[in-house]
Design a protein around this ligand. Structure first.
Ligand code: C2E
Ligand code: MG
Ligand code: MG
Ligand code: MG
Length: 292
């Protein structure tokens, strides 16, 4: 009986598992097809300076509108793309698309505008020449490396080998900036912050959405901000959904905010229109030429 039990534990392949495996195969097939047919798009979400409320940066976020499934969340398909190796070409596409868009906005609207791009650890691990390829691409677009921020999650830092560290260092030496995404959700070992010379820390929205006036939990966000600043790291709050959260974070010295309260992720057309409007408003107030 014990033997039977053991066998069942290890070998049984239930109909539910079978179905799940089948679903993954189909999703992977659709993902490959979407890549071939150009069905992915990028949406952009403003990252706002908390003091001036000026949009200084955009985060590029992948969107996949599938004919049968509808809108599929990146949280759902990125892991599959990572496991299957599809993240390589998909990540390349994101990088190219986002940087081309950035070059356009810098030329038309703001020469200092920056772009933040999410990078999967698998992307960094699987391509030997990744750093050089990206830098060359920026060079071709006549974009300085400092125009780009790479967003990494803690898993990159936890599993990072010598080679990955060397790539990240190459990017940083060239002027690119690094952000640690979703801070507070993983293991959050503070030693990573020093080891990799992180430029930005993004406080995860699970902390931000608990902020209410007089709440003792607010001290967590405040402590993260103080610590980051002492390490020379600037702080972005993710998932700011209310003015109250914005006010608390701003009072605590948080540098930048991102979230529905400022703006949802939007199409490049809508983002461009928004930035155009914001910059012309700004010009009207501050540009002496326009004030005559
Ligand atoms: P992330 O990098 O932490 O991106 C922020 C996520 O929070 C986005 O979800 C965004 O739409 C959402 N968000 C922004 N403001 C608010 C808010 O006020 N409230 C709430 N509830 N949510 C807000 P999204 O676009 O679904 O992306 C999910 C994750 O998928 C991203 O988290 C990122 O880890 C990954 N991802 C997205 N695009 C890419 C990509 O191009 N490459 C890679 N490797 N990963 C990506
Ligand atoms: Mg991100
Ligand atoms: Mg995040
Ligand atoms: Mg630094």
């Amino acid at each position: 009986a014990a033997k039977d039990k053991g066998r069942n534990q290890f070998c049984e392949f239930t109909p539910a598992m079978e179905q799940e495996a089948q679903e993954r195969r189909l999703l992977l097939r659709d993902l490959q097809q979407a890549l071939d047919e150009g069905d992915f798009t990028l949406h952009y979400q403003p990252i706002v300076d908390m003091q001036s409320q000026r949009t200084i940066k955009a985060e590029a976020l992948l969107r996949w509108q599938q004919s049968v499934r509808g809108q599929v969340s990146p949280a759902q398909f990125i892991p599959l793309a990572e496991e299957s190796g599809l993240i390589g070409p998909l990540g390349d596409w994101v990088f190219q698309q986002a940087t081309r868009q950035l070059a356009e906005w810098r030329a038309e609207l703001d020469p200092d505008f920056q772009m933040s791009v999410n990078v999967s650890p698998v992307q960094l691990q699987s391509c030997k020449q990744q750093a050089q390829t990206w830098l060359q691409h920026l060079h071709d677009l006549q974009l300085p490396s400092s125009a780009l921020v790479i967003e990494l999650t803690e898993s990159v830092l936890m599993e990072s080998d010598k080679e990955t560290n060397a790539k990240l260092q190459t990017l940083q030496v060239a002027g690119m900036q690094l952000a640690l995404d979703d801070f507070g959700t993983g293991y959050s070992s503070l030693s990573y912050l020093k080891r990799l010379d992180i430029d930005y820390l993004k406080i995860d929205r699970s902390f931000v959405n608990q902020l209410t006036p007089g709440n003792e939990d607010n001290v967590l966000c405040e402590a993260i901000i103080v610590m980051a600043h002492q390490l020379g790291i600037r702080v972005v709050a993710e998932g700011v959904e209310t003015q109250e959260q914005h006010d608390i974070l701003r009072a605590a010295g948080c540098d930048y905010g991102q979230g529905y309260w400022y703006c949802r992720p939007v199409s490049p057309e809508d983002f461009g229109a928004r930035l155009r409007e914001e910059r012309s408003r700004h010009a009207n107030i501050h540009d002496p030429a326009l004030m005559e």
